[in-house]
Design a protein around this ligand. Structure first.
Ligand code: GCU
Length: 431
């Protein structure tokens, strides 16, 4: 769905730079990152199981009150507050077929209008295993955001080519901020659609720029056009994309072909930060998966390893709420850290994935978030992360209520990642 937007060359240049910088070039970056474990400052994490007034939380029935305290702090200081479900929200199926992905899948494209006047919308592309649809078995589904349009995840020619603003990329076939035919299937290596279908899962995909184009325009475009400009604690883009995932969930709940009680929300990188925030704010997500989410995602901010709060707020001033800048070079003053984000999702399942070479995202800090969230999971009667405190060996996933892996390779999404997520879903959902 087109949402027009103007941008400055500088903003886009900054975005492209930060997106594509290989590790080797990071030494050329301005200050605001550290790759030396010896330079990780001594830090004390806020305890998720101690109330703001110092009362220890020792039983599950005290958790809702403590959870509300933590949630308020994240809303106020980190991601910002989003509005509720808009009154004018409505859905239209704009295309469907029962013969997709080599005859194995059904395909449906649903336009989600955020307002009655149909001025802003996002498209959801849904593939479901045909066998399950024919058997009238509701399908457990991965709900996902993508960077380059739904048409980029597969070369299926029937996918509507996105008309939305998009970051220009020669490699992805995006010219002058618009997708071209050359961008069909350009990100297919990250989306093993056929394997997902073969394993009995559905895939629902949304282009994140339909919800809010990813550049700093003072919150004028995307769904922000329908609301007043955000205050200091108003929704940044991550909160906005997460809000879009909740609106997608509003649709999935109306679709009898989908098992809305078994929806896993998945995202990579900035969209992994988004899936964690979506999982925290919307209890309808049964499983939350963050792939290489890093700073502002699963990684502990107080470690200030890889990307730091100052760095992310400078490169991407629109991602978090304005209050978050108070913690630039001052992580220890923030009343929350990212293990509490994971704790907000308890007792629902979370899988955190890292990549060995993705030091920018701080794999150790991502793992430690799970470890320090685990006491909340245990208090609520689950096995947390199975008592693990050491990072597992490379390519050896840990799967308890909390799952984790660090795989070989770089900052991307691989078949190893997807196979692990599907193994985790098999285990958590017991089909
Ligand atoms: C940049 C940014 C990260 C982010 C990543 C991405 O590298 O610094 O915080 O996760 O972009 O979304 O690809």
């Amino acid at each position: 769905m087109p949402t027009t937007a103007k941008s400055t060359t500088l903003q886009i240049a900054t975005l492209c730079l930060a997106l594509t910088l290989p590790t080797a070039m990071l030494s050329a970056q301005p200050a605001g990152y550290n790759y030396d474990e010896a330079k990780v400052p001594a830090y004390t994490l806020p305890d998720p199981l101690v109330m703001a007034d110092g009362t220890p939380v020792t039983s599950a029935d005290q958790w809702p009150k403590r959870r509300a305290e933590i949630m308020d702090l994240f809303l106020q200081e980190v991601y910002g507050k989003a509005p509720g479900k808009p009154e004018g929200l409505h859905f239209k199926v704009i295309e469907q077929s029962d013969d997709a992905i080599n005859g194995k899948a059904t395909r449906k494209q649903v336009r989600v209008f955020f307002d009655a006047d149909e001025t802003v919308a996002m498209d959801i592309l849904i593939y479901l295993p045909k066998k399950l649809v024919d058997a009238k078995q509701p399908v457990p589904t991965f709900l996902t955001l993508n960077f380059f349009g739904n048409h980029s995840i597969s070369d299926d020619p029937a996918i509507v080519l996105s008309e939305s603003w998009m970051r220009s990329s020669k490699e992805k076939g995006v010219v002058d901020n618009r997708a071209t035919e050359a961008s069909r299937g350009a990100s297919a290596s990250r989306w093993p659609v056929e394997s997902i279908i073969d394993r009995g899962y559905g895939l629902a995909a949304i282009y994140y720029g339909d919800i809010d184009p990813d550049f700093d325009d003072g919150f004028k475009n995307g769904v922000h056009a329908l609301y007043d400009p955000p205050a200091k604690d108003g929704w940044g883009s991550i909160a906005t994309w997460a809000w879009g995932l909740s609106r997608a969930m509003d649709y999935l709940e109306t679709d009898s072909e989908i098992d809305a009680k078994r929806v896993a929300v998945f995202g990579h990188s900035r969209l992994g930060k988004t899936s964690l925030w979506a999982g925290a704010t919307d209890p309808r997500f049964s499983i939350t998966i963050s792939n290489d989410s890093g700073c502002g995602g699963a990684a502990l901010s107080r470690r200030a390893f890889g990307e730091t709060v100052a760095r992310i707020n400078t490169s991407f001033p629109h991602w978090f709420c304005d209050n978050y800048t108070k913690y630039n070079d001052n992580e220890g003053a923030c009343p929350v850290d990212q293990h509490q984000l994971v704790a907000l999702i308890a007792p629902r399942s979370v899988y955190i994935a890292s990549a060995e070479e993705d030091t920018w995202a701080d794999p150790r800090g991502e793992f430690l978030s799970a470890v320090h969230a685990a006491p909340v999971y245990q208090l609520l009667g689950t096995d947390g992360i199975g008592g693990e405190t050491e990072m597992p060996p490379i390519n050896k996933p840990i799967m308890h209520t909390l799952g984790y892996h660090v795989r070989t390779g770089k900052h991307t999404v691989t078949d190893f990642d997807w196979n692990s997520y599907m193994d985790f879903a098999d285990q958590r959902w017991v089909k």
